[in-house]
Write a protein that binds this ligand. Structure first.
Ligand code: COA
Length: 336
């Protein structure tokens, strides 16, 4: 018991911020008309219940890895740093079809980085905000200087096109952010948690071993108890949004931008109403033509708002992500 452990990097920066953001939209635009016959539905019903008009599905060559690399290259360019400066890559996904190794390692290799820490996290639709929270803490703890956080999904692989409850919702794409050190706080404290009692409201239908025992094995698709998810998201997440503002020391009036997980337009509207968001707060509504791309939805939506001038550098944006688990995470960030 003579040795004394070093506490690590004593000179670690006090603050972290988003330095850049980038996204990649899957190329196939699938209108409601193309999916309604298989689920005995209509364009009108889908728009009224979810706000979705079209969704993006990947072409065969648009893989989880390739979409993530596309988004990452843009985020790194936006951040204005060299790829070699990235020393950790965190990928949030549930649709990388290999149990191991983590897709983060292959993404690192394709990007040409110099042996960064690289790992995947599984927090479903809440994954990107979990990744941002981890990155912020890694930087402030001194274990990384620049962290690339990626949210990527190819949910069309896990969607049963004949399931009335999910076929119209899920989508494909990637979003990435570079998180780095900062003189001022650029990422507020996270409010995160889970409600394991409801862990099975959104889930993979069966485990891979059960799939193999079927006479005609099919993909273990995602299934969802839509009504219960809707109630939880619309009511509980507005409370989490308020807790996040309280913890950050902000009022709803201080916000410029609100970027909730793009789950369903009715959930977005219900949250905005119960939070009493003032008129000046611009709300992300990427769901209408992107669909719900789970871990990719928040960076896709924020990147679009920046491109369209709805979010400006320095704006305060409340991010809130929620989904299977039921897991959630929220924080206020400065728009890069
Ligand atoms: N097309 C047409 N009709 C449909 C349908 C479809 N795809 N799916 C269900 N229906 C019908 C049902 O048969 C039922 O008809 P009935 O009243 O004659 O019995 C009616 O619509 C209501 O069904 P229900 O299952 O209660 O639908 P809902 O109102 O809950 O809407 C969702 C379904 C999925 C749109 C809704 O539950 C929802 O948005 N949930 C949240 C989903 C979400 O955001 N998930 C992502 C979280 S990460």
């Amino acid at each position: 018991m003579t040795g004394k452990l070093s506490a690590g990097d004593e000179a670690a920066p006090r603050h972290a911020t988003l330095l850049g953001i980038g996204s990649y939209r899957a190329s196939r635009v699938i209108p409601n008309a193309e999916i309604v016959d298989a689920i005995d539905s209509s364009d009108e019903w889908i728009q009224q219940r979810s706000g979705i008009k079209t969704r993006r599905w990947a072409a065969p060559d648009e893989t989880v890895q390739s979409m993530a690399v596309g988004a990452s290259r843009k985020a790194i360019e936006h951040a204005g740093i060299d790829i070699a400066q990235i020393d950790a890559i965190v990928v949030a996904t549930v649709s990388h079809m290999f149990q191991t190794p983590a897709v983060a390692t292959a993404i690192a290799h394709e990007l040409g980085t110099d042996r960064p820490a690289a790992f995947d996290i599984s927090a479903a639709c809440a994954g990107f905000c979990h990744g941002v929270a981890l990155a912020s803490d890694m930087i402030r703890g001194g274990s990384a200087k620049h962290v690339l956080v990626i949210g990527v999904e190819r949910l069309s692989d896990l969607t049963d096109v004949g399931d009335r409850g999910t076929a119209f919702i899920f989508a494909d794409g990637a979003g990435a952010a570079v998180v780095g050190p900062s003189d001022e706080p650029g990422i507020g404290p996270v409010v995160w948690g889970s409600d394991g009692e409801q862990f099975d409201l959104i889930r993979q239908k069966e485990d891979w071993r059960d799939v193999l025992e079927q006479e005609r094995p099919t993909m273990p698709h995602l299934v969802m108890q839509g009504n219960a998810v809707f109630r939880w998201a619309a009511f509980e997440m507005a409370k989490v949004a308020q807790q996040t503002l309280d913890k950050t020391g902000l009022k709803v009036d201080d916000l410029d931008v609100f970027v909730p997980h793009q789950a369903n337009m009715r959930i977005i509207d219900a949250m905005a109403r119960s939070m009493k968001l003032p008129e000046h707060v611009r709300i992300a509504r990427d769901i209408a033509d992107q669909g719900n791309s789970s871990a990719a939805s928040i960076p896709l939506a924020l990147d679009r708002m920046i491109a369209e001038g709805e979010a400006k550098s320095g704006d305060l944006a409340l991010l809130i992500a929620f989904g299977a688990g039921l897991a959630y995470a929220a924080q206020v960030v400065r728009v890069p």
